[in-house]
Design a protein around this ligand. Structure first.
Ligand code: DGY
Length: 302
């Protein structure tokens, strides 16, 4: 059986595919399975490849995959929930703290040689302890962020799908963390109106997907002084970043590294690849993103 490896995968991940023929590239023709990352667009044409029987994505996000087509075509997808929860929550909290304490600005100030002496009001930030954190998306990562917030004595509010929850989070929180997956329902969930509803001086953190937040509107809200800061790991058009954010001192920006620890990336590679190997053996993996396609119908021609 042949597996297409679309981006380099660590040894630990490849070991899970032991015994399978591995080919590198983007073309799934002749392959039984494929391993992709969030930067690979997996569309209907890809999924319709004759003989393709499974996909592994080394990510928890699934917005790069045409899930409706995968369901129609009965292609099971293994993905990486759970193993990246804690690392992503750590980075979310790091961005929250870093934006509150102006760490990006402080570092630039020091490295550029502008620091000449200690001063009483240099780079004053805002307290984190005891403040209110609103979490948009009370899933695994959102709840892990909340556990960290408890240690800081924060009051935590959640916005899920219930009416009124989002408004409450926006209007009452000093910090708002966005942890929802990207879907048609969450694209630009945070736009000009929602930003306007946030408290003056509040800080927005996004570690989910860039398009959940309207970047141009966020740049305006920061540059007008309405928001006190932002901590962003994800962007609407990665790797491009809105010039208004690049120009904004109060935006702490990092390049989509939420799950980027050695331990977590190894676990992600292993989990995704092991799941694909199971699919190809006809076993249901525990980390199936689309369980509705299982059990597989036999005799479906692809
Ligand atoms: C994911 O897995 O979806 C993250 O964005 C990258 O780890």
């Amino acid at each position: 059986m042949r597996v297409l490896i679309m981006q380099e995968v660590s040894r630990a991940g490849l070991d899970e595919l032991d015994g399978l023929e591995l080919v590198r590239g983007k073309d799934p023709a002749g392959c039984d399975g494929a391993v992709c990352y969030l930067i690979d667009r997996i569309d209907e044409a890809f999924l319709s490849t004759p003989g393709l029987r499974g996909l592994a994505t080394v990510s928890v996000g699934l917005d790069h995959i045409d899930l409706a087509a995968a369901e129609r075509l009965g292609i099971p997808i293994s993905y990486t929930p759970d193993v990246l929860t804690e690392a992503t929550a750590d980075l979310t909290f790091a961005l929250l703290l870093g934006a509150a304490r102006r760490m990006g600005e402080g570092e630039r100030y020091l490295r550029e040689g502008r620091w000449t002496e200690w001063s009483f009001d240099l780079l004053l930030g805002t307290d984190v302890h005891g403040k209110t954190l609103g979490i948009i998306g009370p899933g695994r990562i959102g709840r892990a962020v909340a556990r960290r917030a408890e240690g800081f004595g924060m009051r935590v509010l959640y916005a899920g799908r219930e009416p009124g929850e989002l408004d409450r989070v926006l209007s009452e929180s000093d910090f708002v963390a966005v942890t929802v997956p990207l879907s048609d329902a969450t694209r630009h969930l945070i736009g000009p109106e929602q930003l306007a509803r946030m408290k003056h001086g509040a800080i927005l953190v996004n570690t989910s997907r860039g398009p959940v937040v309207d970047e141009a509107a966020l740049a305006d809200a920061l540059n007008s002084g309405h928001l006190g800061g932002a901590g962003l790991d994800v962007f609407e058009h990665e790797p491009q970043v809105h010039p208004g954010l690049l120009a904004c001192e109060r935006a702490l920006l990092v390049p989509h590294i939420g799950s980027a620890t050695r331990e977590t990336r190894e676990a992600m590679a292993r989990t995704a690849c092991r799941g694909l190997a199971q699919i190809l053996r006809g076993e249901r993996p525990p980390n199936l993103a689309n369980p509705q396609v299982w059990p597989l119908e036999t005799g479906v021609s692809r």
